[in-house]
Design a protein around this ligand. Structure first.
Ligand code: SF4
Length: 414
């Protein structure tokens, strides 16, 4: 299944972008590609997929003789920054004939990763400085991030945690589960634990069950979450056995990570269906990326397709200031334009919250196009998605307003 971000010519009576959006929303299998002779049972075995990941320049060159000079050099250097790894399943989504393939930009290392601007950081959202014990980040009052591993099924070139995932920079990540769990047990204000990494679904069912059981045994932990890109990189991992195990730990939410509608294949849709059938609410976190999804039509197709997979688009992240990511960072301006094209133009459930994770550790800050044009104690002036302007009376002391509110001085209209 190969297509790209390029616009297709609209039919004369169609709004622009309509045909492209429809094409992006079609579900296709990733297919077997180079692995067509592999027995079906092996292909569908997540451990086989992990064992046969593409991890070296030689493998990549053999499968993709069209590597550009930037990709060739980037891959040569990758193991000093963030290792190369791509599951065979996900590799089949790359279009070797298209330099602009949005999957390719996310997965194939490029020489630009070695360029670091002065405002870029190795720990752009200040996780290490908010870590009371190794592998635990306590930045917000009532919740913690519990890092369980530094390994992922495949590695995203823009990863915020590239300082630690894959261990290419020698970070030497060693979570200490007993200490992490003891900290949570001692801090009764923690009601929400997010397991992440690296990818927690790389653990065996037994290991994950052990961790979840220990967390569930803490009385003040109300809510568990798993952050994972595995349903997208390795849908074979989402087995009926895994879903049956996870089901024991409700309320348990899963946040997946998908950036482009082509990642949502029939295999992914089926895997997400299995998780949803186990009663697990699903959300998606996307990163706004140049060459990938910084386009309103692509993003609209993506969020609508996520709903078709029973996943609520949760966050759209402005790409963090991770070292060597400038070539993938889209502007905030383009993020705001995309949000403008989503809100009101499509289902409210499909609209994620666009956030900037404040550099250095300030936490997520929502950013949005301006809908409030002005307000005073008596009325608020707003605009809708079509740009039409409305007023709404304000009851400053909470009592209903019976008299017409005073007119606002000429509002500053955008
Ligand atoms: S799956 Fe997540 S943690 Fe792993 S490389 Fe991608 S962004 Fe980083």
């Amino acid at each position: 299944m190969h297509s790209d971000n390029e616009s297709q010519p609209p039919k004369p009576d169609e709004p622009p972008g309509c045909a492209q959006r429809a094409a992006l929303k079609e579900f296709h299998s990733a297919g077997r590609g180079f692995w067509r002779d592999v027995p079906e049972a092996d292909w569908n075995d997540w451990k086989w997929q992990l064992k046969h990941r593409i991890t070296t320049l030689e493998q990549l060159q053999r499968l993709m003789p069209t590597l550009t000079p930037e990709e060739f050099t980037g891959t040569q250097l990758a193991n000093h920054k963030l290792a190369l790894a791509i599951t065979p399943y996900f590799f089949n989504l790359i279009d070797p004939a298209n330099e602009h393939c949005p999957i390719r930009w996310q997965m194939i290392p490029r020489v630009e990763e070695t360029h670091t601007a002065e405002w870029e950081m190795t720990d752009p959202v200040g996780e290490d400085s908010h870590s009371p014990v190794p592998g635990l980040v306590h930045r917000y009052p009532d919740r913690v991030l519990f890092l369980v591993t530094d390994r992922c099924a495949s590695y995203c070139r823009y990863c915020t945690r590239s300082r630690l995932v894959s261990n290419a920079t020698g970070y030497d990540f060693h979570p200490e589960f007993d200490k992490q769990i003891a900290y949570i047990a001692e801090h009764t204000e923690i009601r929400d634990v997010l397991l992440s990494g690296g990818d927690p679904l790389l653990f065996s069912d037994e290991k994950l069950e052990y961790l979840l059981s220990r967390l569930r045994a803490i009385p003040h932990v109300e809510f568990l979450r798993i952050g994972t890109r595995i349903p997208v990189f390795l849908p074979q991992r989402v087995t009926p056995e895994l879903c049956a195990m996870l089901k024991q730990f409700h309320p348990l939410f899963v946040s997946i990570h998908s950036n482009h509608p082509r990642e949502l294949t029939t295999e992914v849709r089926d895997a997400l269906g299995r998780l949803a059938d186990a009663g697990i609410p699903l959300g998606n976190q996307s990163v706004l990326l140049k060459h990938v999804n910084d386009d309103p039509t692509v993003m609209q197709a993506h969020v609508q397709k996520l709903l078709m997979c029973r996943v609520k688009p949760y966050y759209l992240y402005q790409c963090d200031l991770i070292a060597g990511s400038a070539h993938l960072r889209a502007s905030v301006r383009s993020g705001l334009e995309i949000m403008e094209q989503l809100r009101g133009h499509t289902t409210g459930y499909a609209v994620p919250t666009y956030v900037i994770d404040a550099p250095g550790g300030g936490g997520k800050v929502p950013v949005s196009p301006e809908y409030v044009l002005s307000r005073n104690a008596e009325r608020i002036v707003i605009r809708n998605y079509e740009g039409k302007i409305f007023e709404y009376p304000e009851a400053a002391d909470g009592t209903p307003a019976f008299a017409a509110p005073r007119k606002i001085e000429e509002p500053e209209l955008v």
